[in-house]
Design a protein around this ligand. Structure first.
Ligand SMILES: Cc1cc2nc3c(=O)[nH]c(=O)nc-3n(C[C@H](O)[C@H](O)[C@H](O)COP(=O)(O)O)c2cc1C
Length: 400
C-alpha cells in the first residue's frame, strides 16, 4: 500500500488497541458512529465466545478529524479493551508487576504460540498469543470503516456474505445477466439478506442449517470454519495495473485477505473452478452498446471484476476460506515448553465459529486496498480534488 498507509498496535488484554491511517484526503465527513457500526457487525454472529459479551467496541478518534471532517493529517483511532481492569497488572508495562500472573507454557496447536515463542525467545506464551489474537482485527475493521466512508463518496459499495459453514454450503450462482444484475444489484440483495441472518448467509434455510451445525460443534467441544465472499461494486475500469507484479490488484487483495487470522485460501471470481473448465466456459466475452454506461460490457463475471491486475468495470468478487477455530474444548495434544511434558491443550474462552465476523474483517481489508488503488489512480489532497479527477476520468472513459 503506497498511497494509504496504516499500522495497528495493541494486545488482546492490553489497555487498548490503537491504529493510525495516513493518506485519507482532507474534507471527508467522518464520525465515531461511522466506525462503531462496523465494529458492532464484527462482534456479532452465531457461534462467538464469551469475549464478545464483555466488549462493546467504540472507536475514539484521537487525531486527524476536526469538527466532523478529516483535515489531511494522520487519523489516530483508539479502541479501549473493556476487560483491562482485570488485566492491569498482568499486562502492565511496569516491571514492578512482573510475575503477577502465571505464565502460559502450553502452546495451542493451530496458533502462533509455539513458533512465536521459539522465534522471539519467550518462555511465557502470553507474549505471543496476546498479539496473534484476532482481537487486533477490531482495529482493522475501524480503519477499514474509514476507507469505506471514503469509497462511498465515489459510489463504491463493499459488502460480504457467508456461503459455507462446515459442510453446509449455500450455492450462489456465478452467472448473471447483463445490465444492473451484473453491475451488482444481485450482490447488494445478497448483502441485505445476509445482514438479517445470524450467520450472515443470504438464505434463511441454509442459515438455519449452519446454526444447527454450530450448535452441534459447541456440544461436541469442536469448532468450524467456512467460506465467505466479499464484493465491491461501483468501481471504475483501470484500478491497479498490469505493469509490475506488486501493482496487480488481485495480488494486493489476496495478500490483504490472506493476512487475516485463520484465512487459508483466497479466490477471485470463479477462482479454483477455472482450473477445471475449458477456456470457452471461463472468459467473459466483450460486447458494446453505445447506451451502456461505459459502452463496453460483459454478460458474465467469471473474472470477478479483475483482468490483467486491473478492474474491468464489473463488480470485484473475492472468496475466502477460514479454517476452524483452533482453540477446542476437545483436547488437542501438545507439549509444555518448559517441562517438555505432553498434555491435552488447555481451553480458554473461545469462539466456536467466527466466519461471519471474519467476513466483516475482510470487507475492511478489501476497502483499505481499494481506497489505496483509488488514491493511486486519482490522487488528491482534498476530497474535492480526488472527486474532480475521478469525474474527469469517468467522462474520458465514457467517450473512449
Ligand atoms: C474474527 C476472528 C475471530 C477469531 N476468534 C478466535 C477464537 O476465539 N479462538 C481461537 O482460538 N482463534 C480465533 N481466531 C483464529 C486465530 O486468531 C488464528 O487461527 C490464529 O491466530 C493462528 O493464525 P492462522 O490461523 O492465520 O495461522 C479468530 C479469527 C478471526 C478472524
Amino acid at each position: 500500500m503506497g498511497f494509504l498507509k496504516f499500522l495497528t498496535s495493541g494486545e488482546s488484554h492490553g489497555r487498548a488497541l490503537t491504529g493510525i491511517i495516513e493518506g485519507i484526503p482532507a474534507g471527508l465527513a467522518l464520525s465515531s458512529a461511522d466506525i462503531d457500526a462496523d465494529l458492532r457487525r464484527r462482534q456479532g454472529g452465531y457461534g462467538r465466545g464469551g469475549r464478545m459479551k464483555i466488549e462493546t467496541d467504540h472507536a475514539e478518534i484521537l487525531s486527524g478529524v476536526r469538527w466532523g471532517r478529516t483535515i489531511g493529517s494522520p487519523v489516530c483511532i483508539m479502541i479501549e479493551n473493556r476487560d483491562w481492569k482485570n488485566w492491569s497488572e498482568g499486562m502492565s508495562a511496569d516491571a514492578a508487576h512482573r510475575g503477577s500472573i502465571r505464565p502460559v507454557t502450553k502452546p495451542r496447536p493451530g496458533h502462533a504460540d509455539l513458533a512465536g515463542s521459539l522465534k522471539y525467545d519467550h518462555d511465557d506464551v502470553r507474549n505471543i498469543l496476546e498479539r496473534s489474537s484476532a482481537r487486533e482485527t477490531a482495529m482493522r475493521v475501524a480503519l477499514g470503516a474509514i476507507a469505506k466512508r471514503f469509497l462511498a463518496e465515489f459510489g463504491v459499495n463493499v459488502g460480504s456474505y457467508v456461503i459455507q459453514i462446515g459442510s453446509e454450503r449455500y450455492a450462489v450462482t456465478a452467472k448473471g445477466t447483463k445490465g444492473d444484475e451484473m453491475r451488482g444489484a444481485r450482490l447488494l440483495r445478497f448483502f441485505s439478506a445476509a445482514e438479517k441472518s445470524e450467520v450472515r448467509c443470504p438464505d434463511p434455510g441454509a442459515s438455519r442449517k449452519m446454526m444447527a451445525l454450530i450448535d452441534r460443534a459447541m456440544r461436541d467441544g469442536n469448532s468450524l470454519g467456512g467460506i465467505f465472499e466479499v464484493f465491491i461494486t461501483g468501481l471504475p475500469v483501470g484500478l491497479g495495473s498490469h505493469i509490475q507484479w506488486d501493482r496487480k490488484l488481485d495480488g494486493r487483495l489476496a495478500q490483504a485477505i490472506m493476512g487475516i487470522q485463520a484465512i487459508k485460501g483466497v479466490e477471485i471470481g470463479m477462482g479454483f473452478e477455472m482450473g477445471r473448465r475449458p477456456g470457452s466456459e471461463v472468459m467473459d466475452e466483450i460486447f458494446y452498446e453505445k447506451s451502456a454506461p461505459a459502452g463496453f460490457y460483459r454478460k458474465t463475471n467469471n473474472a470477478g471484476g479483475i483482468e490483467g491486475g486491473m478492474t474491468n468495470g464489473m463488480p470485484v468478487i473475492i472468496r475466502a476460506a477460514m479454517k476452524p477455530i483452533p482453540t477446542l474444548k476437545k483436547s488437542l495434544r501438545s507439549v509444555d515448553i518448559r517441562t517438555k511434558e505432553a498434555f491435552g491443550a488447555a481451553y480458554e474462552r473461545s469462539d466456536t465459529c467466527a466466519v461471519p465476523a471474519a467476513a466483516v474483517v475482510a470487507e475492511a481489508m478489501a476497502s483499505l486496498i481499494i481506497a489505496d488503488a483509488v488514491l493511486e489512480k486519482f490522487g488528491g489532497d482534498s476530497l474535492k480534488e480526488t472527486k474532480r479527477n475521478h469525474a474527469s476520468y469517468l467522462k474520458y472513459v465514457s467517450r473512449f
